[in-house]
Design a protein around this ligand. Structure first.
Ligand code: URA
Length: 263
């Protein structure tokens, strides 16, 4: 195929050409001419250039447990900037390879309320900020209804927003337990550094990450304790977009949060 020769060596051009072909309906990769692989096997042909052996990893790296590496890196971070750098340098989570951006956080780090979401979606991955898509816009409207905003400079009315996963999972699938486990040390350090009065978890993934429990529809609205702080589980705004009748309960949860902050 002509394109291949023109773009050889240019990764971005190759990706664009591939995307264009998928857009045009290509769903299979074929060569220019037919190839009888049974004959090749019978002739016992070998590739002309033998594949190089993979370089051996140093023993300490090969043996590294991703959770332990995360724990050590998170513990070393003394500021939010250092924590952001530690996450950017963390290479044990495969989601990072497919993501355009590392989505760290948004809002006011002095806020009394920290919102913990699940993982970036396509919009967040593109912009590098949490909760900026449709669900995020609903989240902003929900909290604005009780006087809280991520753009507020007053800690009393401010929000700080982050996610369990800083990288978008492919096709927005749920993060896997191993992925949650390796990012948990960073989440815990993040919360310790922001030191909020209250944590609000949106959906099952952050509920699981902080309490080990799932079942957000049962848990929502029931105050719990996590990391020595009050924690309010709420249904995720993406769920509310799909199930508008659940907004009534979400409103009750917001009023409960407002009450707690006043108290
Ligand atoms: N859903 C989340 O949980 N977090 C985001 O940042 C966006 C959508």
């Amino acid at each position: 195929m002509g394109i291949a020769a023109d773009i050889a060596g240019d990764w971005h051009a190759a990706l664009a050409a591939l995307a264009w072909q998928v857009e045009a309906g290509a769903d299979e990769v074929i060569g220019d001419g037919p190839l009888n692989r049974y004959e090749l096997a019978a002739e016992g042909r070998k590739p002309s250039v033998p594949a190089p052996a993979a370089p051996a990893l140093p023993e300490s790296v090969a043996a590294a447990d991703p959770v332990q590496v995360a724990q050590a890196a998170a513990a070393r971070a003394r500021t939010l900037e250092e924590l952001r750098s530690a996450i950017l340098a963390y290479d044990h989570c495969d989601l990072k390879k497919g993501a355009r951006n590392t989505v760290f956080a948004d809002g006011n780090p002095a806020a009394r309320v920290l919102i913990l979401g699940e993982a970036p979606g396509a919009d967040e991955d593109r912009e590098g900020r949490p909760f900026v898509g449709r669900a995020g816009q609903l989240l902003d409207r929900m909290f604005a209804a009780i006087g809280l905003s991520r753009s507020s400079t007053d800690p009393q009315s401010a929000l700080y927003i982050t996610n369990v996963m800083p990288w978008r999972p492919p096709a927005n699938r749920d993060p896997e337990p191993a992925e949650i486990a390796m990012m948990r040390p960073f989440v815990e350090r993040h919360i310790a550094l922001v030191d909020p009065a209250v944590i609000v978890v949106m959906g099952n993934t952050p509920l699981d990450a902080l309490t080990g429990k799932r079942g957000i529809l049962r848990a929502r609205g029931n105050w719990m304790q996590a990391l020595g702080r009050p924690l309010l589980p709420m249904t995720h705004p993406a769920y509310l977009l799909r199930n508008p009748s659940a907004k009534r309960e979400a409103w009750a949860d917001l009023l409960s949060l407002q009450e707690r902050l006043r108290g």
